[in-house]
Design a protein around this ligand. Structure first.
Ligand code: ADP
Ligand code: MG
Length: 684
């Protein structure tokens, strides 16, 4: 008797070699096998008249063999069998390579189903190596057929048969992990039906039902799991903070805070007063003033005697924070320190000592804050800036410098709330949807190659007016056979220096440079030693060059909208009017539509919504190591509504049964434990 944990070799026809090939697809047990979902489906329910076939489409035809098939030898020792099939409407040529047996298995005057891609021309239509089946014995035709992702040594046919057998063996063993109440409320089919029809849909409607159930299930399990992680966190005590009058801090600032800033600070302060550790994401558009939110939290924690650590992704950013915040905190008698890779040994020793003694209230730095020899007397608050540059694990590592410190994450990538709940699942979210008053909008233009001359003249004019210009080149992908980003940016910088702007100072910055070199280039440029900075996307992260007024993006079609928005955020930081020019050589309709979004709005949240709608969440997921389980079947570009529904359902169920202790939560709990088994450590 087989069960879900039985090895796939149990299946007829699967021996050592095939089992090994299957393992590359992550299939080891029968459970893995039936959990291996098709990537797409082909509807082979209907047959079509030959005359109506269009070139290039894959179809089924019911036709009679009109002649005796002819076999011949061709170059390379291959054989080819040719035959002609006809129906009421026309004729179809059939060609089979290396299938000599077709000569004897296809009989003149008999009718078969042929399924394949239509080739040839208007006069003669042809199928090469079609599937051939007899009516009444159809396996791969006559219904909706699953198409599985494959690997070497694993064919569609193999998977098709193996999954079928696996289902027969184990269907009755699949526990339904959705509590019945949830299943009924959301009108979802049973698990067994869903597995059956996700692989072998009875018809289109059954497939829709099955898929809906599977997607819901996946998102529901994930949401419940994330809520469990969150509640586990709220079971422990956080650094105790007493109430404090934030007005005292606000009065010391050079400007009144925006409503959004105040709200974010209030939310964070409420967390810190609650007795539980804060775990909050503060999401705000570029320039929305997240640093002040961080500062407010630091001040608040310090009122209860806690030290804070603020981690930035680069040394320049860390230094910028230090230069902004140190004078502010000095007014309150609070002491700041800057700790980076280039802090001199003596100074470093001094800082480490004072951290251990507790006489430094805020330590700002880079990854250097994570090194083992850094320890704090009373670390109560950990802040990471521009979170997407840090993995969940680094966030966790810094958190380990204290028992259960308050954590605040600042991120400039605005993402829709539902998605934030998945990506940052275990965090509470504050949204800053407002910019400080008086910001001017960056005028944005999307233009084609024919504008090159004018763009160059414009760049020159900006420089002549005393401003600076960024030019961003995309990462060059493998498909261009230039796998190295250096080449694109460096070659372009060279060309500009030699041919276009020989009289201007053109600097170069790319991701393959050593950290120290990058910092040096960036710092020089920020200090005004350079007119044009040609760069890859390394400039994306928040460096302040207020004198830069123009951002040119080459091959803008290669960037996601959210990324373009980040890039654009590098300009418009000073008093002068700023511009963003998006160059794209052969924009497709879709590209045009996307770039137009950029020219129309400066609102990061609106842009991210458009980006999500147009490209799906791949970008959001791809860029960060979020450490969460990957989704097997849900596709968040089209399943957003279902995500919402599943999240609500998860919330409802977890409210009824927070520890998942009811019997009807048993199967759910087991699934969550498997799903998060490997990941739980990083997430906590
Ligand atoms: P980001 O959210 O991108 O990190 P910053 O915190 O760097 O933004 O703030 C951007 C700029 O806006 C800084 O120069 C900061 O001093 C300024 N700023 C922040 N808050 C306000 C405010 N309420 N009013 C005016 N200027 C502000
Ligand atoms: Mg910032």
């Amino acid at each position: 008797m087989a069960d879900l944990q039985t090895d796939v070799r149990y299946i007829k026809g699967i021996g050592e070699a095939r089992a090994k090939a299957l393992s590359k697809l992550g299939i080891g047990t029968l459970q893995d096998l039936i959990g291996y979902f098709p990537r797409r489906y082909e509807d082979r329910t209907m047959t079509r008249a030959i005359r109506e076939l269009e070139l290039g489409e894959t179809v089924c035809v019911r036709a009679m063999i009109a002649n005796d098939p002819v076999a011949s030898r061709i170059s390379g020792g291959r054989t080819v069998v040719k035959a002609r099939a006809v129906d009421d409407s026309g004729a179809l040529d059939l060609t089979f390579f290396n299938q000599e047996y077709r000569k004897n298995s296809l009989h003149r005057g008999e009718t078969y189903i042929f399924c394949g891609k239509v080739e040839g021309n208007l006069l003669a239509r042809r199928m090469i190596n079609p599937i051939v089946e007899q009516e009444g014995q159809q396996v791969l035709t006559g219904h909706i057929v699953p198409i599985y992702p494959l690997t070497a040594g694993v064919s569609q046919n193999l998977l098709y048969k193996a999954v079928g057998q696996g289902l027969t063996e184990c269907r009755h063993l699949l526990a339904d992990c959705l509590p019945d109440a949830v299943r009924q409320e959301h009108q979802l089919c049973h698990s067994g039906y869903a597995y059956e029809n996700i692989h072998f849909p009875a018809d289109a409607e059954a497939l829709t039902l099955a898929r809906r159930r599977m997607v819901f299930e996946e998102l529901f399990i994930l949401s419940c799991g994330l809520q469990m992680l969150r509640s586990r966190r709220t079971d422990v005590a956080g650094p105790a903070c007493k109430a404090a009058d934030m007005e005292e801090f606000y009065r010391a600032l050079p400007f009144p805070l925006t409503k959004a800033q105040r709200r974010a600070i209030t939310e964070a302060v409420t967390d810190m007063e609650s007795g539980r550790p804060m775990n909050r994401l503060c999401q705000g558009d570029v320039g929305s003033g997240k640093t002040m939110v961080a500062a407010g939290c630091v001040w608040f924690a310090a009122q209860s005697g806690w030290q804070s650590a603020l981690m930035a992704p680069t040394e320049i950013l860390a230094r910028q924070h230090y230069e902004n915040l140190a004078p502010l905190f000095e007014k309150f008698g609070l002491r700041c320190a800057l700790l980076t890779g280039s802090t001199k040994a003596r100074e470093r020793r001094d800082i480490l000592e004072n951290l251990t003694l507790g006489s430094i209230d805020l330590c700002i730095g880079t990854h250097a804050l994570l090194t083992e020899d850094v320890s704090y007397a009373r670390l109560g608050l950990v802040i990471t800036d521009e979170q997407h540059r840090f993995g969940v694990n680094q966030r966790a590592a810094l958190g380990q410098k204290a028992e259960n410190p308050h954590m605040l994450v600042l991120s400039a990538t605005p993402i829709p709330r539902t998605l934030a709940l998945i990506i940052y699942g275990d965090l509470d979210v504050s949204v800053m949807n407002e910019l400080p008053p008086g910001r001017q909008k960056v005028d944005t233009f999307a233009v084609g190659e024919s504008y090159r001359q004018r763009v160059n003249q414009f760049i020159r004019k900006q420089v002549e007016a005393g401003h600076q210009v960024f030019i961003v080149c995309p990462l060059v992908g493998q498909e261009d056979h230039i796998p190295d980003e250096r080449k694109a940016a460096a070659a372009y910088a060279k060309k500009l220096r030699e041919e276009v702007f020989p009289d201007l100072r053109v600097c170069l910055l790319h991701g393959k440079m050593k950290a120290k070199e990058k910092e040096k280039v960036m710092e020089d440029f920020a200090a005004g030693n350079g007119d044009i900075l040609v760069a890859t996307t390394v400039v994306e992260v928040g460096v302040d060059v207020p004198n830069a007024t123009c951002m040119v993006v080459e091959n803008a079609e290669r960037f996601g909208l959210s990324q373009l928005h980040q890039l654009r955020g590098r300009v418009g930081r000073g008093q002068a009017k700023s511009y963003c020019i998006l160059l794209s050589e052969h924009p497709s309709e879709e590209t045009k539509r996307r770039l137009k979004v950029m020219t129309k709005t400066n609102d990061g949240f609106e842009i991210s919504r458009e980006d999500l709608a147009l490209r799906g969440p791949g970008d959001f997921f791809g860029q960060r190591q979020h450490g969460l389980p990957t989704l097997k079947i849900a596709d968040l570009s089209c399943d957003m509504a279902l995500l919402d529904e599943a999240q609500q359902a998860a919330k409802g169920w977890m409210a009824q049964d927070p520890g998942l202790e009811k019997p009807e939560s048993g199967a759910l709990r087991a699934r969550i434990e498997t799903l998060f088994a490997v990941k739980a450590e990083g997430l906590n």
